[in-house]
Design a protein around this ligand. Structure first.
Ligand SMILES: Cc1cc2nc3c(=O)[nH]c(=O)nc-3n(C[C@H](O)[C@H](O)[C@H](O)COP(=O)(O)OP(=O)(O)OC[C@H]3O[C@@H](n4cnc5c(N)ncnc54)[C@H](O)[C@@H]3O)c2cc1C
Length: 388
């Protein structure tokens, strides 16, 4: 049985590794000429760390990551409005949380695919999937085509052709805010406590996630009804016009981050879908569910998919439909909940009503963060053999 994976991002590569480790014959097809690096960094929460361990790369990830301690929330004047104990989350879930630069995670995944002799075919841009009496063929813009026994659609959030094939459409929804993301490194700053800092304004937000004492990735966000220009030479002035009166660390980070490492993203997600498979094609990662960055779980859920689909296929080796049904059943409600949770948090963080934001900050200050940690641990552990 051979398996073709469309998309060589976090979901596609981790699935290829998980399947190959179980003896499946697997190939990956990626449109770019090299691994993609969109997004500055990600937090691998304990549920993701469990999967990274199963993939044999948790040790490598740990070497280049930050071991986070707290997630501290502040108002835009720097007043503390709550603190979530990440060590407690890790203790409950029995795995660490790691902050990592996205391209470092991609490099580690690629290295593991090489170790396992997995074929990753770059410059294979899928142009269409077609149904041939219940099986599926895939065409690429380079003129090649494939017809594997199983196709895994891991072609991401914005233009997933596999999602279109399975679900009939692929309609990312612009959620009305922009994120500028970047990576900052400077000896003059010391993030010694390795804690996330999340500053909330009135329709704006700035988050800083340290990787080491001197390195962090960050995201500055603002409400924007329309999607308009993307002009890298203006990013810093756009950011400064929003955040210059915010705490000093933010303006330093904006001004000292190389312009070339800043990206501007009009943030989209998808409504949850019911249909995750058709014929011999199954969706996973952002192609199946793409929560907002406010969920903090997009990449973590793509990693979870890799572990689950491998188990489902292994247990139902002679019955692909059953494997797909089982996978969908296992994954749908957790990922839908995460998508809706991401939207709910975004609608609060990016709220533009002054009174609402005052109450929101007060509510955050009065939040029982110990209770919140217990809830997060339970939700994020669900479906995995990790306790919480
Ligand atoms: C600004 C931002 C911040 C984020 N922060 C976090 C975070 O902190 N934590 C977290 O867990 N998640 C985060 N995410 C989400 C996370 O990046 C994604 O959920 C995760 O990358 C999903 O993995 P994937 O493999 O499904 O998709 P991707 O990683 O997007 O991979 C899809 C791959 O498919 C390829 N592809 C697409 N179309 C084709 C085609 N036609 N032919 C061939 N290949 C194709 C693409 O080139 C890409 O390599 C963030 C996302 C954004 C936008």
């Amino acid at each position: 049985m051979n398996i073709g994976i469309l998309g060589g991002g976090i979901g596609g590569l981790s699935t290829a590794i998980a399947l190959k480790q179980e003896g499946f014959d697997v190939s990956v097809y990626e449109r770019h000429s090299k691994p993609t690096e969109i997004g500055a960094g990600i937090v691998c929460w304990p549920n993701a760390s469990f999967v990274l361990e199963q993939l044999g790369i948790l040790g490598e990830v740990a070497k280049v990551s930050g071991s986070l301690n707290y997630m501290n929330r502040f108002s835009n004047t720097g007043e503390s409005i709550g603190s979530l104990n990440i060590n407690e989350l890790n203790r409950l879930m029995k795995y660490p949380s790691y902050s990592i630069i996205r391209k470092d995670l991609m490099r580690i995944l690629i290295r593991r695919t090489i170790e396992l002799n997995i074929n990753v075919h770059y410059q294979h841009d899928v142009t269409g999937l077609s149904d041939n009496h219940g099986s599926t063929s895939v065409k690429f813009s380079n003129g090649k085509s494939i017809k594997p026994d199983i196709i895994i659609g891991a072609d991401g959030r914005m233009r997933s052709l596999s999602r279109k094939y399975v679900n009939g459409s692929n309609t990312p929804i612009y959620q009305g805010f922009i994120n500028w993301v970047g990576v900052f490194e400077s000896k003059s700053v010391n993030f010694s406590d390795l804690s996330v800092s999340d500053y909330w304004g009135t329709g704006e937000r700035f988050g800083i996630v340290p990787i080491s004492n001197n390195k962090a990735y960050w995201a500055g966000g603002v409400v924007s009804e329309k999607m308009s220009e993307v002009n890298p030479s203006k990013y810093k002035s756009e950011l400064n016009s929003l955040f210059s009166s915010w705490p000093d660390i933010i303006t330093r980070i904006i001004n000292e981050t190389p312009e070339s490492s800043i990206n501007k993203i009009y943030v989209h997600d998808h409504d949850p879908i019911d249909k995750w498979h058709k014929n011999n094609v199954i969706l996973l990662g952002d192609a199946a569910h793409s929560p907002l960055p406010t969920s903090g779980q997009g990449a973590c859920q793509a990693l979870e998919d890799a572990w689950h689909i491998t188990r489902c296929l292994k247990e139902n080796i002679n019955n692909i439909s059953k494997a797909f049904e089982q996978f969908t059943e296992l994954r749908k409600s957790k990922t839908s909940g995460i998508t809706m949770g991401g939207r709910q948090l975004a609608s609060s963080i990016f709220n533009q009503d002054v009174e609402f934001c005052k109450h929101r900050n007060l509510a955050s200050k009065n939040t029982n963060y110990q209770g919140a940690v217990i809830g997060m641990a339970k939700g994020w552990s669900s479906g995995l053999p990790i306790s919480a």
